[in-house]
Ligand binder design. Structure first.
Ligand code: NAP
Ligand code: ZN
Ligand code: ZN
Length: 332
């Protein structure tokens, strides 16, 4: 029975070190030794809950269950937000298993393990091989952040000729800039201030708009697509006038509040508001291949995976000082 270290949230938000014991491996389960974990904005929402945190895992296969088919000890793998789905519903059968009614996802299922840990046990069918071109630390943030923005850009018929807005240059946003630019899109970045301008341009932004103090925006050609990756709700009245008719907005931000948007400009321009959560496994695999091929890598800040290290990483993220994805590295 594998027993391993995990780091949980708690009421009040203090990070607590604990232990999880899982039954011996059955079926296609795989025991993974964690080598790196990304810190996603969504972890911030769960740090007040008594659950193991982290859902951007990377590691090495330590042991395989009796019915594993593809992985062996020593293989480098990652995992993300979804751990299991039913495999027989309409959504599973059409490669959209992130919408399976019986899905098992971070924050809802398997709360006794996550990627802020020394080890984890997951189904082989929900693990992803890490391409040779990426280190474990580089691969980890792709497992949620990368998958989420790639899915929006890949699964909804976005063209290389489209003008694509990316709002918020954080973990998701700085990857979205790279994916959209490498896809050939005309990338316009919207950020709170000018402080990330140079970095955004280096990552592939053709234009950069600092939003602070702006009452209206004029960007010339309007946006066909807007990916919103800010961690706080957005002033839609500022953004709707720069959307091209029939454009699509992906509000990727996680919020537990209502979504509210000016009604008339939205219907009069035929705007689509497209919900989207992480990525199905097939899209996730394409994302990793695309990242390896085009040398897309997160810009990282490393922290030790200890109670103090996780706390410091979360403080850095909350203070708006992360550049651009925190990665926790186990200390053993
Ligand atoms: N839909 C999904 O499947 C999915 C998956 C993963 C994460 N998410 C969500 O996506 C959001 C971004 O995640 P992340 O990991 O990229 O977070 P992050 O690294 O904190 O980035 C968020 C960015 O939002 C901007 N921002 C920060 N505070 C803000 C404020 N008070 N008002 C407006 N903008 C602010 C900042 O960019 P600037 O400095 O450029 O303004 C910041 O870098 C979170 O809400 C997260 O929960 C959704
Ligand atoms: Zn995430
Ligand atoms: Zn299903």
């Amino acid at each position: 029975m594998p027993t391993f270290t995990v780091f949980k949230g708690s009421e009040g938000g203090k990070i607590v070190k604990s232990q999880t014991t899982k039954p011996d491996l059955t079926d296609d389960q795989v025991l993974i030794k964690v080598t790196a974990s990304g810190l996603c904005g969504t972890d911030e929402h769960y740090k007040g809950a008594d659950i193991v945190l982290g859902h951007e895992g990377a590691g090495v296969v330590e042991q395989t269950g009796p019915n594993t088919k593809f992985l062996k000890k020593g293989d480098r793998v990652g995992w993300g937000y979804e751990h299991n789905s039913c495999g027989h519903c309409e959504y599973c059968l059409t490669g959209k298993e992130q919408y399976c009614p019986e899905r098992e996802m971070y924050g809802e299922a398997n709360l006794d393990q996550g990627s802020f840990a020394s080890h984890a046990v997951w189904k082989e069918s929900f693990l992803f091989r890490i391409p040779d071109e990426l280190t474990d630390a580089e691969a980890a943030p792709l497992m949620c952040g990368g998958a989420t923005v790639f899915n929006a850009l890949h699964s909804y018929d976005i063209k290389s000729t489209d003008r694509v807005g990316i709002m918020g240059v954080g973990g998701l946003g700085h990857l979205a800039i790279q994916f959209a630019a490498k896809k050939g899109c005309d990338v316009v970045v919207f950020s709170s201030s000018d402080s990330k301008k140079q970095e955004a341009q280096k990552l592939g932004a053709r234009e950069f708009v600092a939003m602070k103090g702006k009452k209206e925006l004029d960007i010339g050609r309007k946006l066909d697509v807007l990916l919103v990756t800010t961690s706080a709700p957005n002033d839609w009245s500022l953004m709707l006038p720069i959307m091209a008719p029939t454009g699509t907005i992906f509000p990727l931000t996680v919020s537990f509040d209502d979504f509210s948007i000016p009604h008339l400009p939205f219907i009069q321009s035929g705007i689509t508001i497209q919900g989207s959560v992480v990525a199905a496994r097939n899209v996730h695999r394409h994302m990793l291949e695309f990242a390896a091929q085009h040398k897309i890598k997160p810009v990282l800040m490393e922290f030790p995976m200890t109670e103090a290290g996780i706390t410091k990483a979360m403080d850095t993220l909350r203070d708006g000082k992360m550049r651009y994805r925190g990665v926790l590295i186990p200390q053993n």
